[in-house]
Design a protein around this ligand. Structure first.
Ligand SMILES: [Zn+2]
Ligand SMILES: [Zn+2]
Length: 341
């Protein structure tokens, strides 16, 4: 089968490799579409990936050769894959498989290769059936929305004013979900004009360019001088963290959805005490959150497809990575790999 592998010598490379053997407890999924995630980019840039790793976890596809290995799935069923599950560790037993300590993930840094390939091998417990009316591209991006939903849930907030810093795919998904969940006003801070425009169409009440406008002053204006009840940091820009402390309301919540790989300094950490801020981080997403997002897609309440900036073949990925993803020009690259539905 065709697969895009990470090579330490040259980065991403198109290769011909054997179709994975379905193991004793795993099943094969014939991949339809796979999205390229910001975390795939971070992993490639980190220099920590093993030679030959196959990335890709935002995947839709069809179950093949089930061989009675799961009562939950059917042969030919359309599914997405939630990448982590062992079923035995403390986190899996507590219903938090996204924090699984065994680290079995389709993204290739665990013991399973990912879905930048024609087939992917998964534990049946990772597969989530796609409801009728959701196509393969929308379904592949349910995970992006589920990550945003997870951040909203982890923040503990259920309404009120909210600032989203960073209008990448997860930040924009957060805007759409916040609108659906009744948060108001919703403010999106994002320097790229095209992403702000998408934010507006997804339901943001106000957009701001943080590089040219005074976000502190505007934020106070939009919240009646109180500050934001909730701030979701989706940009991965370190300076946005002390900014969030300044801009939060008393008793407000800040959730770090974007992952920071470098240290940051807090010039005024005591703000956290004075305002009694709840400061949390979120990681990945749960089965339940994916199921909710797929359901909302089926009901027409959310649609991930406007996020797709580049629709390409697997063969094109190494070049598109160099030309569009690495320099930050693509919002969401979607790979058409197998038969779409
Ligand atoms: Zn992802
Ligand atoms: Zn586990």
């Amino acid at each position: 089968m065709k697969a895009v592998c990470y090579r330490r010598s040259c980065g991403l490379a198109m290769e011909e490799i054997p179709v994975p053997e379905p193991g004793e407890r795993t099943v094969l999924i014939k991949v339809s579409d796979t999205g390229f995630c910001g975390s795939d980019h971070s992993l490639i840039e980190s220099g920590l990936l093993a030679d030959g790793t196959i990335l890709g976890h935002e995947v839709s596809g069809v179950v093949e050769n089930l061989d009675g290995k799961s009562e939950l799935l059917q042969e030919g069923e359309r599914v997405i894959v939630r990448p982590t599950f062992c079923g035995h560790c403390r986190e899996c037993l507590k219903g938090r498989p996204h924090l699984c300590g065994a680290y079995r993930r389709t993204i290739g840094i665990g013991d399973l290769p990912g879905a930048f390939a024609e087939y992917v091998r998964v534990f049946p417990q990772m597969a989530i059936p796609i409801p009728a009316g959701v196509d393969s591209r929308n379904a592949a991006l349910a995970e992006t929305f589920a990550s945003a939903l997870h951040g909203i849930r982890v923040s503990g907030s259920e309404g009120g004013s909210v600032l989203v810093t960073g209008g990448g795919a997860v930040g924009l998904a957060a805007v759409r979900l916040l609108k659906l969940l009744g948060f108001s006003p919703i403010v999106l801070s994002e320097p790229v004009i095209e992403k702000r425009a998408l934010g507006e169409s997804f339901g943001a009440d106000f957009m701001i360019d943080p590089l040219t406008e005074d976000i502190r002053r505007k934020g106070l204006e939009w919240t009646g001088g109180i500050g934001f009840d909730t701030i979701l940091e989706c940009s991965g820009v370190g300076e946005n963290v002390p900014l969030a402390l300044d801009m939060a309301a008393k008793g407000g919540a800040i959730c770090m959805i974007g992952i920071l790989f470098r240290g940051i300094t807090f010039p005024h950490p005591m703000i956290m005490n004075f305002k009694e801020i709840r400061f949390t981080g979120s990681y990945s997403n749960t089965h339940g959150e994916n199921i909710s997002c797929l359901k909302w897609m089926a009901e027409g309440k959310i649609d991930a497809r406007p996020l797709i900036s580049d629709l390409i073949s697997l063969e094109e990925l190494p070049e598109v990575y160099r030309a569009r993803i690495h320099p930050g020009k693509a919002l969401k690259v979607m790979l058409r790999i197998g038969e779409e539905f």
